[in-house]
Design a protein around this ligand. Sequence first.
Ligand code: FAD
Length: 377
Amino acid sequence: MQKYDVIIIGGGINGGSIAYQLSKRNYRVAVLEKERIASEASSAAAGMLGAQVEPRIDGAFFDFARKSRDYFDQLVPEIEQVSDQPVEFLKNGMLRIAFSEEEANMLKERIAWQQEQGEPAEWLSADQVYQMEPELKAEIVGAASFPKDGQVMPAQLTKAFFKGASNLGADIYEFTWVKGLLGKNGVITGVETTSGRFYAEHIVVAAGAFTPHLSLPDGASLPTLTPVKGEILAVRPEKPIITSTIYSPTVYIVPKANGEIFIGATEREGIYDKIVSFESIRRLSAEACRIVPALRSAEWSRAWAGVRPQTIDGLPYLGPHPDFKGLWLAAGHFRNGILLSALTGVWMADQIEGKADHLEWKDAFDPGRHSQKGVIP
Ligand SMILES: Cc1cc2nc3c(=O)[nH]c(=O)nc-3n(C[C@H](O)[C@H](O)[C@H](O)COP(=O)(O)OP(=O)(O)OC[C@H]3O[C@@H](n4cnc5c(N)ncnc54)[C@H](O)[C@@H]3O)c2cc1C
């Protein structure tokens, strides 16, 4: 019988971050992953840390997102040291371009409330943007500049989290498919897997879009998550052509530290497959080349797809299951799972230790927020 303090179901970036933080606090941790580490959304992402470019309103999500982004400054060098693996991390800023006055006004409002919260954000005229990024040729009204929003290489960071956790004593089990959770009388005690049973006092479900597929005792269920497939591609220009990430309503263009440029991404609700359609690549490429025509001469690199886990209100589930003691959720990070991963690990570890004190985050990310007892939508 395998017995641990904490079992984490899922070898994505959020499972990795939680495993790392708990291992640092000397918990005996096991991670159970059905395939290889980083085989799902966490290796498909563009890696943007868009704490200011993504949120549309002030509130718990914005607060969590910006604190998570800021924590990367400390976390990346730390995890590189503990894991002995490099993690590409760029603080190259983002330009959210606007094509109409209406969009410009919406962005100016966002800049105003973000400045009130002490975050650097600035409206740039079209001429200022063309000066900053001479290869950006689309006719724009201007852009919101978010200089602190950066990016990482997501698969690298995911693997570094697990290597770091493993170096601190965690056991990582790949090709170990969790079929369901074990327990009775409202207490979860273990999991049934393709490699036998594992037991722990705390079990954290970090299974991304696959979370609802796990079975619970007594016919109870985990919250519904909608899969939202995203297709994305990479090209390699001969020399760097943009410095900031350029973000528009239809496409984002992300210059990576390795010289590639990621161009993403589609949003196709209800789809779990990872097939890349020619039409999606054609559309993303056309939009990107309309904004930065020099991309046309870049070398083709690759295209791929992943499945984002979306909750009913778009906010993640980070906390205890409402009906089962010992069961925790860290899933539903949707478009921002890389950005939120840094703080997800700390926040989940704090909650498991009973030390979490941010009431606003507890309420906003409570896994039971849409449920009546025993019925989770
Ligand atoms: C195209 C695209 C672009 C994106 N770009 C960005 C971006 O720029 N910035 C950003 O912040 N976010 C981005 N995202 C979102 C981000 O990728 C996700 O929110 C994040 O990766 C979710 O991580 P996770 O660890 O929660 O889930 P996952 O990475 O999906 O990991 C879950 C893991 O659980 C495992 N698993 C599932 N069920 C079981 C089971 N029964 N037993 C054992 N293991 C199981 C899976 O195999 C998987 O490895 C993007 C997503 C896509 C698809």
